[in-house]
Design a protein around this ligand. Structure first.
Ligand SMILES: Cc1cc2nc3c(=O)[nH]c(=O)nc-3n(C[C@H](O)[C@H](O)[C@H](O)COP(=O)(O)OP(=O)(O)OC[C@H]3O[C@@H](n4cnc5c(N)ncnc54)[C@H](O)[C@@H]3O)c2cc1C
Length: 403
């Protein structure tokens, strides 16, 4: 069992996952408990770095290095936090233990924040024939595949097909990646001795619009920027199968290309299916208004893994970093409340707006009911990401041992 001598008598809090939600819980809770020398907090992740996932489209488009989005956890965590780098393989709910590659880790309170995985919706061939975009390594692979395809496109017989990148899924991830690639590929083609207008980017979306659920104004403006960048957007194009020849659509059409990326949605990690916890749509874990698992008040869930129903709409909140951070904030307050015998607070989501970059210079944003598009929206996206990195660094300042 992972632990240290002298743990007895201290409430063992284990945070599983150092992504947006889990890291936020760990940072915020240590900040709140900075005068508690015996806080017993363990953070578990398979990596010793936090990934700035919202920046992955830039890595996949070759405009940012993969290492720039891997932020070492050691630089962020207060000395009160014990970090265990290992893979979580399962749960012993009765024994209150996480089952990991480093042995079982016991908890009194568990925070589950394991994020999500690409959802292939059981479309045949999709998992085998497309590249996902959910980690820095995934993004590196997309950029490597695009570069390789352009090198191979020097062969005049297969030029156009090889130099075409096809992205499945017209949500924010697909739109950001399409815009980024459309903007950088002409220059990359030039460097490969190819005509700058040879590369093509296609965005294939099953629904009637890209950015489903956004305002019509935002969708319109994003569509215009994509069109301006030369991205071919195909809506109402449902993929039936991914084959060696390309995406086979349900209407019989074949979408060919040199690189295929899947950005069509996410689901809970596989290990949740056998966790014994109540799950809903896409395997997300059902929680109460305090973000505790139904019938398991000793387990909290945050981020993409949590199915948090918004009372006003009756729908689960979308898998977004913004939601993960707000949930992490409430959870840190609730764990602090438990340690101090105060009542818990119910989670309420305060939507700050929606910003999507479209290409390396422009973007679209819906904030407080106002839609903007162009340079300003892109600057806003940059500012949000910069502010996030600063906030993560700033919280380190609370380290009670270092200060
Ligand atoms: C390409 C892309 C762009 C995005 N852009 C935006 C955006 O602009 N704005 C926005 O709001 N949202 C965006 N999102 C969504 C956002 O990234 C997620 O909602 C957010 O990362 C969820 O946070 P999380 O803490 O739940 O999970 P994650 O941030 O994914 O963290 C999960 C953590 O759990 C760890 N983990 C998982 N399984 C195990 C295991 N078995 N053992 C050990 N460790 C494990 C992982 O290593 C990881 O550190 C984007 C997503 C993608 C894929």
């Amino acid at each position: 069992m992972v632990g240290t001598p002298g743990d007895q008598g201290r409430r063992q809090i284990v945070v599983a996952g150092a992504g947006y939600a889990g890291l936020h819980v760990a940072l915020r809770l240590t900040a709140r408990q900075r005068n508690n020398p015996v806080l017993n907090l363990t953070l578990v992740d398979q990596h010793d770095y936090h990934q700035a996932i919202t920046e992955l489209p830039r890595v996949a488009g070759g405009t940012r290095a993969a290492d720039a989005v891997r932020i070492p956890l050691q630089k962020m965590l207060a000395k009160q936090v014990r970090f265990v780098q290992t893979t979580i393989n399962g749960f012993d709910l009765a024994g209150r233990r996480l089952l990991t590659g480093a042995g079982p880790i016991g908890w009194e309170r568990l925070v589950l924040a394991l994020g999500s995985r690409p959802n292939d919706f059981a479309i045949p061939g999709l998992e085998q024939r497309t590249l996902p975009l959910y980690s820095a390594s995934d993004a590196e692979r997309v950029w490597a595949a695009v570069s390789k395809a352009l090198t191979a496109a020097a062969d005049p017989r297969a030029q156009r097909r090889l130099a075409t990148v096809v992205i499945g899924g017209g949500g924010a991830t697909g739109v950001e990646l399409a815009g980024e690639l459309a903007e950088v590929l002409p220059e990359v083609a030039r460097r490969h001795g190819l005509a700058p207008d040879l590369p093509a980017v296609q965005l294939v979306e099953a629904g009637p619009t890209i950015l489903a659920g956004s305002s019509p104004q935002l969708i319109d403006k994003a569509t215009k920027i994509l069109s301006d960048l030369g991205v071919q957007v195909r809506t109402n194009a449902k993929i039936a199968a991914a084959t060696a020849d390309g995406f086979q659509l349900t209407d019989g059409q074949l979408v060919t290309g040199g690189v295929f990326v899947w950005a069509g949605g996410v689901k809970a990690p596989e290990l949740m299916a056998s966790s014994g916890l109540p799950t809903g749509h896409n395997g997300r874990v059902k929680v109460d208004r305090y973000l505790r698992v139904l019938d398991h008040p000793e387990i909290y869930v945050a981020g993409d893994l949590a199915s948090v129903v918004e009372p006003r709409t009756g729908h689960a909140l979308p898998p977004l970093a913004q939601v993960a951070l707000e949930e992490g904030e409430t959870m840190a307050r609730n764990l602090d409340a438990e340690l101090n015998d105060r009542p818990l607070e119910a989670f309420a989501f305060h939507d700050k707006g929606f910003v999507v970059s479209v290409g390396t210079r422009r973007g679209v944003a819906d904030i407080a009911g106002i839609t903007t598009a162009g340079r300003l929206a892109h600057v806003l996206k940059d500012a949000i990401e910069w502010e996030y990195r600063q906030s993560v660094k700033h919280l380190r300042g609370w380290d009670p041992v270092a200060h």
